[in-house]
Design a protein around this ligand. Structure first.
Ligand code: ZN
Length: 334
């Protein structure tokens, strides 16, 4: 599979929105807009849909194709999905080959509507290469809020382009949403910083946490590789089990969108080596939690991950500095 950077139109997320351009007052008041824009936006993943919701509020109807527990690497759009995509005014997806099976439908629609890969607005030098596919980048960029910020800005720019009449509202909301993500990032840094340095090892089924590891100083061991389409080899599994036993890592993690069998096999292999590792809980990797729950939002699911990782590895949820209010659910202007 080839890179798609040049194939689809990308928006320069970083420059499209000028932060702090004097649009937003510190008081978060609803704007008097008589009705929604009528814009119908379809996002692929929950993370992208959450950004659109935060930026657009009630102005836009937004739906995610992939709900809780769905694996974007292997998800093939159904006939119904293709109809929804065809009927949308704009399509926002994550990109960097995350939703590899959507390529064909996006190509067939790209001349008709705004289609934006929000993560492909991140400067390449801030991306991590895929260990499996040397000509590709690791697509799990939402786990570094500092670079996901570019994706949020790109989503805002896409909405502004599709509906320029409401540009000021989208830009104001985007600033609020980006601030919430920054506040979360500060929270995560504090809480994860309470894990002892020798325990900052995150073992998961697939390699979704490389950006997380880079951002928060964790060594990351994914057994299955970047995409769930690659199978875990027996050797990989035994090597990971040996590492866990040697370093006495207390917990490993299952993911909501990946079968738990690989992690359970690792746990058994660690036990064969005379060490007990617990399954520290379920992390949200590529899919978010149920809609209407805190984990159904970007900040909420990420907060749940941070809390699960920190407590399972011996950290604390009560760092010295007061924490921002969590989970920060966007209450956008509309
Ligand atoms: Zn993944």
């Amino acid at each position: 599979m080839q890179h798609t950077f040049s194939r689809r139109r990308l928006l320069a997320g970083a420059t499209a929105l000028s932060l702090g351009a004097g649009i937003v007052s510190s008081v978060h008041r609803p704007r008097s807009v008589s009705a929604g824009s009528g814009l119908n936006v379809i996002a692929t993943t929950g993370q992208v849909a959450d950004a659109v919701r935060g930026i657009a509020g009630d102005l836009v109807s937004v739906a995610a194709i992939m709900g809780p527990g769905v694996d974007p690497h292997t998800y093939t759009p159904s006939q119904g999905d293709i109809e929804r995509l065809s009927n949308a005014d704009a399509i926002l997806y994550s990109g960097l080959e995350l939703e590899g099976r959507f390529d064909e439908v996006f190509e067939s629609l790209e001349s008709e509507k705004t289609i934006v890969a929000v993560a492909e607005s991140i400067p390449p030098e801030q991306l991590v290469a895929s260990p499996q596919y040397p000509d590709q980048f690791d697509p799990h960029v939402w786990f570094d809020p500092a670079i996901w910020d570019f994706a949020i800005a790109a989503a805002a720019a896409a909405l502004v382009e599709a509906d320029p009449d409401n540009a000021a509202t989208y830009e104001a909301n985007a600033t609020i949403y980006r601030d919430q993500v920054r506040a979360f990032d500060a929270y995560a840094t504090q809480v994860l910083g309470t894990v002892a340095p020798e325990r900052r090892v995150l073992v998961t089924a697939h390699d979704a946490f490389n950006y997380f590891g880079r951002r928060y100083g964790f060594e990351v061991v994914g057994i299955q590789g970047i995409s769930t389409e690659t199978e875990a080899g027996v050797n990989d599994l035994q090597m990971v089990a040996q590492l866990i036993a040697d370093r006495q890592i207390p917990a490993i993690f299952v993911e909501s969108s990946v079968s738990g069998s690989t992690i359970e096999a690792v746990q058994a292999a660690v036990r064969d080596r005379g060490f007990e590792v617990v399954i520290g809980g379920q992390l949200y990797s590529d899919a978010m939690g149920d809609e209407g729950t805190p984990e159904g939002t970007y900040v909420g699911m990420f907060t749940a991950n941070v809390n699960t990782i920190a407590t399972s590895l011996g950290g604390s949820l009560t760092p010295a500095t007061p924490l921002p209010a969590t989970p920060a659910v966007a209450t956008p202007l509309s």
